[in-house]
Design a protein around this ligand. Structure first.
Ligand SMILES: O=C(O)CCC(=O)C(=O)O
Length: 290
């Protein structure tokens, strides 16, 4: 049977179907839509494209999605190695837009595509602990053409090649600058569809983008997901003789055996444009309340 490391590398992600209770998902979704200040039953109140909500509530994965927590633990080598694994209400709602602007997953160079490796808030190394897994939560069903996240499944090896060549580390903007070259060499692009309650654990190196929601602007057409990261207490040990499945997936991406990688640059947090925007919005709302 194919192991978790091979699946994570070859499929880009591991799905845990119905990991969350449907009623819980619906409750969180309705509150999130309310926070956006729109009425779901009145499409005239909807914007177009994606809206990102900041986190207000955080649940432990073990409490709300024990089956997903078990797979996360297994991939990362046990709970004691994990600094953070949470389910958060930072929904990304993709509202229907002009269907004429829709593009399929393999149109990687579409003008409105925003392909990236997650982690706009830390300096990137091959063994970075900040983003051990990219967790995508399906708060509602998502079908093709309804604005699913698109994955470049075979980008993982190329991102590993990039990171192993830069022991000094790369700023998020430097990683982003390499994305078009990597995508040009990829040929496995997929739309990440799913059912309400599914949790998908993606490889931290997989390039992905939001897509256009080409569904009709009628109630029920909003695309509601969230994403978050599993963070480790320490960098991955990619030189390990007995690697965790996550570490093994990095070794496999680079040819198979232990990888003797030593970060020479300083690890560190980067203040992202997104954080600055949210801070400005919070300050503005505090000023209006005061
Ligand atoms: O909205 C999506 O489908 C993807 C969002 C995304 O990639 C991100 O927020 O990093």
């Amino acid at each position: 049977m194919t192991g978790l490391a091979e699946r994570l590398l070859d499929e880009g992600c591991i799905r845990i179907p119905a990991a969350l209770d449907a009623a819980f998902c619906e409750d969180v979704t309705l509150r999130a839509i309310g926070r956006l200040g729109v009425r779901e039953d009145d499409p005239t109140t909807w914007p177009t494209g994606t809206e990102h909500l900041p986190v207000e509530e955080n649940w432990s994965v073990a409490d709300v999605a024990p089956a997903a927590a078990a797979v996360i633990d297994e991939l990362c080598g046990g709970g004691r190695r994990i600094a953070f694994a949470g389910i958060q209400d930072n929904l990304i709602v993709n509202f229907p837009a002009d269907p004429g602007a829709w593009w399929p997953p393999d149109r990687w160079d579409a003008p409105s595509a925003g392909w990236h490796k997650d982690g706009d808030w830390f300096r990137h190394f091959l063994d970075s602990p900040e983003q051990a897994l990219l967790v995508i939560v399906f708060w509602r069903d998502v079908v093709e053409r309804q604005g699913p996240t698109y994955l470049a499944v075979d980008s993982i090896r190329a991102v590993a090649d990039l990171l192993v060549a830069h022991p000094e580390g790369l700023e998020p903007a430097e990683v982003l600058a390499s994305v078009p070259d990597i995508l040009r060499r990829c040929d496995r692009f997929e739309a990440l569809t799913g059912a309400q309650g599914d949790i998908v654990l993606c490889h931290p190196f997989v390039l992905h983008t939001a897509s256009v929601n080409a569904a009709a602007r009628v109630p029920g057409s909003l695309r509601c997901i969230s994403n978050t990261s599993v963070m480790l207490r320490r960098p991955m040990d990619v030189a390990a003789d007995e690697p965790t499945p996550l570490e093994r997936s990095v070794q496999l991406a680079l040819g198979g055996g232990p990888v003797h990688f030593h970060a020479t640059g300083e690890r560190g947090k980067v203040v992202s444009a997104r954080e600055l925007r949210w801070k400005a919005e919070r300050d503005q709302s505090a000023r209006s309340d005061g």
